[in-house]
Design a protein around this ligand. Structure first.
Ligand SMILES: NC(=O)c1ccc[n+]([C@@H]2O[C@H](COP(=O)([O-])OP(=O)(O)OC[C@H]3O[C@@H](n4cnc5c(N)ncnc54)[C@H](OP(=O)(O)O)[C@@H]3O)[C@@H](O)[C@H]2O)c1
Length: 280
């Protein structure tokens, strides 16, 4: 980011209407960036500029919508210096009873949606010989937890995608960073659906209820989303961004460490016990 005498840098940001995307959008605007802010719900406020930037409707699951967002953002601010990809949804449920449609929906938003967004912006960054791509993964991109299976699968895909991508684009001056947040007090319940057949599957009760209660409690007591937004802005200003940046509580850092060193079966027992998975 340059001084006030230089051109204002431009951020394109997906999932800007809620949660961590909203906090990031606010933090970038506050720091003086142009922000082209995308979300589906911005169809109702298209063209409005507020504390989150300039609203452009965007559905990352639709090629046409990503194309239209790209054209509008490009016409408005020129090519992006920074692409921040926060759009995401979660469907909670036992893997046995997810419908394929539910799994597709999560993959299409959290993973394919990210790939679509990168494919739209990357040629512009490559042409100008610079760019920073910041992709929201999760601690769940590194380890699995029960009943977040579709989300965990999508976030693991995001991790692999970004790791490959970072090597491909570095010669063009484009950097890629994975943000791996732990629980933050931000996510809207609107994006945390229960699988349609979760309630009917008696075999998984009360386990499913126990686990979702712990997930809810941890999110409610999670870290401050505004601080995460500020950290992402600071990170984006670094000359060399790291490939991974975990923004999580000490417990969640410990979980990632244990995942690395413990035998898989033992680690799963620790996690299952934390989430009261087997408790009646
Ligand atoms: N909150 C946490 O504790 C936490 C922890 C780890 C990782 N994360 C990750 O951080 C990101 C933000 O999550 P959050 O929980 O903070 O936010 P959230 O409140 O769940 O908001 C989700 C955002 O994604 C957008 N979105 C959903 N489907 C979309 C689509 N098809 N096209 C475009 N935008 C779409 C929503 O906007 P519209 O409905 O208006 O489209 C909304 O702005 C996600 O990638 C999530 O996996 C969050």
């Amino acid at each position: 980011m340059g001084s006030s005498s230089t051109r204002k840098e431009t951020v394109w940001l997906t999932g800007a209407s809620s949660g961590l995307g909203l906090s990031c959008a606010r933090a970038f605007v506050k720091a003086g960036f142009n922000v082209a802010a995308g979300a589906r719900s911005f169809a109702a406020s298209e063209g409005v500029t507020d504390e989150t930037g300039y609203h452009i409707p965007l559905d990352v699951t639709k090629d046409e919508s990503v194309r239209s967002f790209t054209e509008k953002a490009l016409a408005l601010y020129g090519p992006p210096d920074i692409l921040v990809l926060c759009a995401g949804i979660l469907v909670l449920g036992p893997y046995e009873v997810y419908t394929m449609d539910e799994i597709h929906r999560v993959m299409d938003t959290d993973f394919y949606g990210m790939v679509r967004s990168v494919q739209a912006a990357l040629p512009l960054m490559r042409e100008k010989g610079s760019g920073k791509i910041i992709c929201f993964s999760s601690v769940n991109g590194l380890l699995g937890i029960p009943y977040q299976g579709a989300y965990t699968s999508a976030k693991h895909a995001v991790e692999g995608f970004c790791e490959s991508l970072s090597m491909e684009v570095r010669p063009f001056g484009v950097q890629v960073t994975l943000i791996e947040p732990g629980d933050h007090r931000s996510g809207s319940s609107a994006y945390r659906a229960h699988a349609a057949r979760a309630a009917e599957s008696a075999a998984y009760h009360p386990s499913f209820e126990n686990v979702t209660a712990v997930i809810r409690r941890d999110e409610e007591n999670g870290s401050d989303p505004e601080r995460l937004g500020e950290k992402v802005v600071r990170l984006s200003r670094r000359k060399r961004m790291p490939l991974r940046k975990r923004i999580a509580s000490p417990d969640q850092h410990l979980a990632v460490f244990l995942h690395r060193i413990l035998p898989g079966r033992l680690f799963s027992s620790v996690i299952a016990s934390y989430y009261r998975t087997y408790r009646k």
